[in-house]
Ligand binder design. Structure first.
Ligand SMILES: [Zn+2]
Length: 280
């Protein structure tokens, strides 16, 4: 009815808007559909050829890698040493400082369900260990549990996605229920190390099934002071006499922890990446 009424009755020529508007709408819809099919790099926003990654090869080449490769005695491992348990090895992939390219990633983790980004970074962290014996004696992978409140806000636990990816890449079992968080809202924003240690004390509970495992790999997205990962290990060590060794893997390591370990190389690469970022 609308189309018939909009015709010019005198010369019987269709009104140009009757053709133009629907045609433009169709073109816009088709463009949006194509845009939805493409995937864009989360750093430089260039379109990518694959749906499986979130960072393009151009940006991957300029990420601030810390190059730990699970090496014995690296800064992360030293931070997590304890008299309460034996440490296996520690691995992190990227240097995290604010503002930097890793803050883009952290923002994506917190505000979007960015599983492809987590998976890509985790696979890179595991790939660095391929020629090492990092996972040789590990029995199970356990994610750092997220509070119920935060999981409800974010819709998922990023540490669980990292743990599932590590398990898939290494063939190890992923056992998220071996450690549970029993306190929902610990104060983790405090900058002082002592405050953070006090803030996480007693927030976890170890499941009885953990007794069957001797070497656990804990995974999380970021290590800042190490307080949370140490509390995970202490909780498991206190609850089970059989578990005596813990290893740790995170995607990011805070810049304060990383000082003195290849920092100059990391800084120049990252600055180049930030400078080369085009306007979205
Ligand atoms: Zn890119």
């Amino acid at each position: 009815m609308f189309v018939v009424q909009s015709y010019d009755k005198k010369c019987n020529v269709p009104n140009v808007f009757v053709i133009f508007v629907p045609t433009m709408s169709l073109i816009t819809a088709f463009g949006n559909m194509l845009r939805g099919l493409l995937r864009y790099c989360v750093v430089c926003h260039r379109p990518m050829r694959t749906h499986h990654f979130s960072i393009c090869p151009h940006c991957v080449a300029r990420l601030p890698f810390v190059h730990y490769r699970g090496a014995v005695g690296n800064p992360m491992e030293r931070l997590l040493w304890s008299n309460a348990y034996d440490i296996g090895r520690a691995q992190a992939l990227l240097l995290h400082r604010a503002p930097s390219v890793t803050t883009i990633f952290v923002r994506h983790f917190k505000h979007h369900e960015e599983r492809a980004l987590l998976t890509q970074l985790t696979r890179m962290a595991v790939a660095e260990l391929r020629d090492t014996d990092f996972v040789a004696t590990i029995d199970a992978v356990v994610p750092v549990p997220l509070s119920r409140e935060r999981q409800r806000q974010r819709g998922y636990n990023q540490a669980a996605v990292i743990a599932e990816t590590v398990a898939r890449e290494t063939g190890l079992p992923c056992l998220p229920d071996l450690l549970q968080r029993v306190v929902d809202n610990p104060s983790l924003s405090a900058e002082h190390v002592a405050d953070r240690v006090a803030g996480v004390a007693g927030i976890f509970r170890a499941a009885p099934e953990g007794e069957a495992y001797r070497h656990i790999l804990f995974v999380d997205d970021t290590i800042t002071t190490g307080a949370t990962l140490r509390e995970c290990a202490h909780t498991m060590a206190d609850a089970h006499t059989r578990i005596h060794t813990f290893s740790f893997l995170t995607l990011f390591v805070a810049s304060g922890l990383h000082v003195g370990y290849g920092r100059a190389e990391v800084t120049s690469n990252e600055d180049e990446l930030i400078r080369s970022k085009p306007t979205p």
